[in-house]
Design a protein around this ligand. Sequence first.
Ligand SMILES: Nc1ncnc2c1ncn2[C@@H]1O[C@H](COP(=O)(O)OP(=O)(O)OP(=O)(O)O)[C@@H](O)[C@H]1O
Length: 309
Amino acid sequence: MAVLTVQNLRKSFGSVQAVADISFAVEAGEVFTIIGPNGAGKTTTLEMIEGLIKPDGGSISFGGMNWEKDADKIKMMIGIQPQTEAMFDLLTPKEHLDLFASFYSNPMSTLEILDMVNLTEHRNKKVKHLSGGQRQRLAIGLAMIGDPQMLFLDEPTTGLDPQARRNIWDIVLQLKEIGKTTILTTHYMDEAEKLSDRVCIVDQGKVIAMDSPAALINNLTKEREVKLSFIDGEFAAEDAEQYARSLPSVVRIERSGRDLLLWTIQPEDALHSIFGYTKEQGYRVDQVSIREMSLEDVFISYTGKEWRD
Ligand SMILES: Nc1ncnc2c1ncn2[C@@H]1O[C@H](COP(=O)(O)OP(=O)(O)OP(=O)(O)O)[C@@H](O)[C@H]1O
């Protein structure tokens, strides 16, 4: 059942069209990720759904409820991660959570949230002394304090180091385990791939692809990148390069010293033929890899543009 349905959303700021046409539906319990490069319209989309800015067009429905008629009910259903800059430097995580809990009739317990976002140890430290990752975890805790069904996390890991990012991933996965619906934005492809049930890739305010990460990647029919390194050096690599050029399934070849890079839609067949040849010639190969396809390749295949963080 869709708990959130967004149809043909549009928003411009003066002459800048931030969101041109965005539609999607989110199912209960999903981690649904909106991913796109800087300026793609992710935050604007989220802010319209959160009721913070008014769309120029389109509709937003929370299982039949909308902001015009049901604002109070929707506010109780959703949790929004506040910007860390909006926190009070001189208050502690516990004081922040107690304060936010006082806005709700049935909040979760502060201690439970502190435990979930792994801040129990730091509960009495002033926010100004917390690290970036700790503040982001507190922000997620604040989004959860009202025990919402649906959470909105806008780029919760931007600017964090790898360990701090992974800590946030663990929290998102825990939210899923307890049945919450999470709508996440990110510009990290690995994050979207790891956490999401479905991703919605946006570029220039439009949805360019939407599905589970695995389905998006599996549907790519693009050629794969295969790398071979020759122990016997440049001569062997050059000879193998000449041979590989004769294979119809190989669409492109590059060589750098003893490394051969080739692109093919049939990596198994190409490798089978090349190994037949190298064995015959007595060349030894010490490394072979077929690069895994990722959401980055999906983005490139739909837009023709390189992905940039
Ligand atoms: N209040 C505003 N006034 C004017 N332009 C805006 C405003 N908010 C957003 N924009 C513009 O709209 C476009 C989309 O911005 P938005 O913040 O939604 O993108 P984003 O995908 O969240 O990007 P980022 O990853 O950089 O946060 C950008 O060109 C941005 O400069």
